[in-house]
Design a protein around this ligand. Structure first.
Ligand SMILES: [Zn+2]
Length: 210
């Protein structure tokens, strides 16, 4: 906690002066271009990874960067938080892009891979169940970098599977079909501090701008 308080003090003294005008402007409205969905993992920092400023990204973070599959009738299921954020980002903020960003050595993917979850965690079990769609099936159609671990293979396949889940939401599907919304699969390699994006032609994750 002391580290957090020290951080706030530092922000006030060193960062705030440079951002004062920006925040005064942002206080009136937000107009992000992008909905960014990432894992809650402390090592994944969307604004640093994508070099963005306050106001640029509408961010949803959860364990495993999962998007619950929407019921075909559009009726909300048990997990409504992600669906609410998607509807708000698409229908109210009119974002033009949605990025789902997975990452290496993801604890959620490790749990899915091993099937081992901590005892006394019914919410975690129920949540990860929503990500347990047949990822191996997706993985079979991908090309992986040599030496990539089984958990990281699963993690990359998971990002693509979650893009499918995104398309199960009518507002997303309609705008993608109309060409006004684009979906992107990203993957952050923590050890290399490198962002990879899915290349449709190569069927593999490649270094962005590399
Ligand atoms: Zn993770």
């Amino acid at each position: 906690m002391q580290k957090l308080v020290r951080g706030i003090r530092e922000f006030r003294e060193k960062v705030r002066p440079g951002y004062k005008e920006k925040f005064a402007h942002l206080a009136l409205r937000q107009a992000p271009d992008c909905l960014f969905v990432s894992c809650a993992d402390s090592r994944v920092v969307p604004n640093i990874v994508a070099s963005t400023d306050p106001g640029d990204l509408f961010v949803v973070r959860n364990v495993g960067n999962l998007i619950p599959l929407c019921d075909p009738s559009g009726i909300p299921g048990v997990d409504t938080g992600e669906g609410a954020a998607i509807e708000f980002a698409v229908l109210v903020l009119n974002v033009k892009d949605i990025v789902i960003c997975g990452h290496s050595d993801c604890g959620a993917m490790s749990a899915l891979h091993s099937g081992q979850l901590p005892a006394g965690a019914p919410h975690l079990q129920a949540w990860l169940r929503s990500g347990r769609s047949p990822l191996e099936e997706v993985a079979r159609e991908l090309h992986f970098r040599e030496g990539i671990s089984p958990v990281n293979r699963l993690s990359q396949a998971n990002v693509l599977r979650q893009l499918d889940h995104l398309r199960s939401y009518a507002p997303v599907r309609e705008r993608v079909d109309a060409g006004t919304l684009a979906l992107h699969a990203w993957w952050f390699d923590i050890g290399e501090a490198e962002v990879l994006a899915f290349d449709e032609e190569r069927r593999s994750f490649e270094v962005v701008g590399g």
